[in-house]
Structure formats: structure tokens, C-alpha cells
Write a protein that binds this ligand. Sequence first.
Ligand SMILES: *Cc1c(COP(=O)(O)O)cnc(C)c1O
Length: 414
Amino acid sequence: MTDSNFSKGMTGLIHHPYTPPAGFDAPQPGVFKASTVYFPSVADMRQREWKDKSAYTYGLHGTPTTYMLEERLCTLEGGAQCVLVPSGLASLATVALALLKSGDELLLPDNAYGPNKALAEGELRHYGITHQLYDPMDPDDLTRKINARTRLVWLEAPGSVSMEFPDLPELVRRCKAQSVLSALDNTWGSGLAFKPFDLLGDGSGEQGSLAVEISAHALTKYPSGGGDVLMGSIITQDPSLHLKIKLCHMRLGLGVGANDAETVLRSLPSIALRYAAHDQTARSLAAWWQKQAQCAQLLHPAFEGAPGHAHWQALCDRSPGTGLAAGLFSVMIAPRYTQAQVDAFCDGLKLFKIGYSWGGPVSLVVPYGLASMRQSWPAHLKPGTLVRFSAGLESVQDLLLDLHQSAHAHLPLV
Ligand SMILES: *Cc1c(COP(=O)(O)O)cnc(C)c1O
């Protein structure tokens, strides 16, 4: 036991008897950092339980800071349990490693987040786990591809880069009809545009309502909001499913740093305000694009005529005019413009930075070679060169001027 005899010299710097008074209370929770966690006795150490978050055993298994972030993320998404991982991609990988074994099959939408496909083609294939791609806009294609070996179906709403919005409730029904687990990459919706565990909006999940089994989320995007943190979460409602993921997470030695968890805790209270602001800006920019002759097709699920718009309305816009849609959209630049012209347009932007990821304060732009990212050119997409925009928090007027000046300079009207 520490006592005042040890308050002097070097030992005093390590075993000092002073403890600050309890009861400190302030807007932001304290930040707890640890590898080692103390036990008051050996007996206590032997019976400590960490899997149900009733106590602490080791920094990797959780601290007050990570437990608090997990609980708040469950509130955001409407789930019951949460596991934190070091990136959004790690959340996708951990789900796969926790739930799949050699001989199993995984289904991915053709428009899945690219690195999730790469994982299936790389490590998962090496481990004897096969995969097929399904057309997310055709629920019958999903049903056809589910077979006796299918264990997990990934869902995304909307799809990465091409932004088509699937009939998510119907895809989940198709999975349930064949008793296959459905896992949603919920990064776009972020727990705000729709509730992954209450897809029909008729209950809080659990009993009755239609729900995915797993919601994975790149906290790197809106929950962080700063473009400066990498983190992911895996949220579930079924305790036994959570335990499988939690045990795999422990065995892989995954964890998140306390300062990163603190940053996300600091950003969470403003997520709804930021999400709505990014959404508004993105819609103003998309509306501008829709009027430009260089735009062959606008890919923004909240816009009439965009692929899957009716599915977005049904899921996210139940009281018409109130639906949310994040700050992300793509534009199919007409095929008469060369890749070099489109690249020059992107290079010519001053406020939009060229860079991956999204959800931060700075607007971003990336041209994508979509043809190499899909099995075949999707029937609902016009030909052209795809450019994806992520709306930041700059003044809309300035962003519009920026788009205008670079389009004028590099995408000449004929
Ligand atoms: C960014 C993103 C990820 C990966 O998140 P990282 O933290 O960058 O690994 C996964 N899925 C989607 C849909 C994303 O946008």
C-alpha cells in the first residue's frame, strides 16, 4: 500500500500518496490512458471480468474513455454493444475475421468500398473464404447468389463513389429469409440519415423492427469530423454476436488510443449540426452541377432522377423534405471531355483539395476510373468520367465560385 513514507525521492514521483479530490465534473469526460491496470488484490485480478464492461483488466480491453465512447456510439446508431477498432477498414476486416472460416462464402455489393473488396480478394481468399459480388440495385440478384455456404452479406447505402441508393430494407429481408447475417457499412448514414437497427422506423429495433445484424462505421468521417483521426466501430444488438466480434478483436490485439477516443468524444456532440451543414452545402453544389452542360449525370441520392432516389426517399425522407443525405456526391462529366481535361479541372480547384476520405471541414475532390472498379459499367450510369466531391464547411458561395472558375478554365463548353 502507498503511504507517506514513500512520498520522497524518486519513489515519491511514482508512488506519491496524494489523490485529487473526487467529484471533478466538466463538459468533457476525463481521458484515461493505460496499458497496465491495477488490481487491489490477486483474488480480484483472478475474477475480473472485462467482456461485459463491468471492470477493467488491461488497457487493450477497455478504459473508462473507450467504454464511454462505445456507449455514446450505441446511442448514435441505436445498437446495444460496440467494439472500437483503429480504422473504418479495420471494422470491416474484424467483422469478416470474426465470423468467417475456411469454406464460407461472403457476398459484397459490386459498389462496395474498394478496400473491402481487396480484403476479400486478398487475405480472405488465402484463408479459403470465397466471395461473390451482387448487384445492389437488384434484390433478386442477391437472393440468387446466396447459397448454402453464404455466411455474411455486406450492404452499403449508398454505394461507394457511384452513390446509387439500394432498397436497403428489401436487401435485409432477403438476407433474413435465408438466415444469412447482414452487415452494413454505415459510414454514409452515420446513424443520422437512418437507423440501421430500425429500418422501417417502427420501433427501437430488438423485437419487431427490421434491422441489420451488424453496423460498421468509419468514425474517421463524421464522428471525428476533423480529418485528423482514424477509427472504426462495430455495433450489434445480439450479445452472442457481439461476443464473437469482441473475442476476435481481443485475439487480434486491436485497440484505439485514448487521445483518439477523446477527439471523437469531443466531436460527437456536434455531429448532427455538422452533418446537416455538409448536407446543405453538398446539395447546393450538386444543384449547381445539375445545371451545367458538362454534367452528364448527377449522382446524389437526394436528387430526383439520381439512381436509387426513391429508395433514399423511402428510408431517409419519411416526412418529405426533412431527409438527410450527408455531404458526398459524384458528377459524371460528359464523355466528350478527356481524362486529362477532367484531371486539369480537379487540379485547377483552389478550395477543394485532392484527397481521399471525407467528413472533415475541408472540401475534397477525387476523379475515379469507375470502369476498373465495377464488374461491368452499371446500366443506370451514363458514360463519362466520374468525379466525387465531399462538401466541407466552407462558405457555399466561395465553393461555387471555385467550381465555376475551374470548370470555365478546363472544361470548355462547345
Ligand atoms: C472511409 C470509409 C471506410 C474506411 O475508413 P478508414 O477509417 O479510412 O479505414 C470504410 N467504408 C466507407 C464507406 C468509407 O467511406
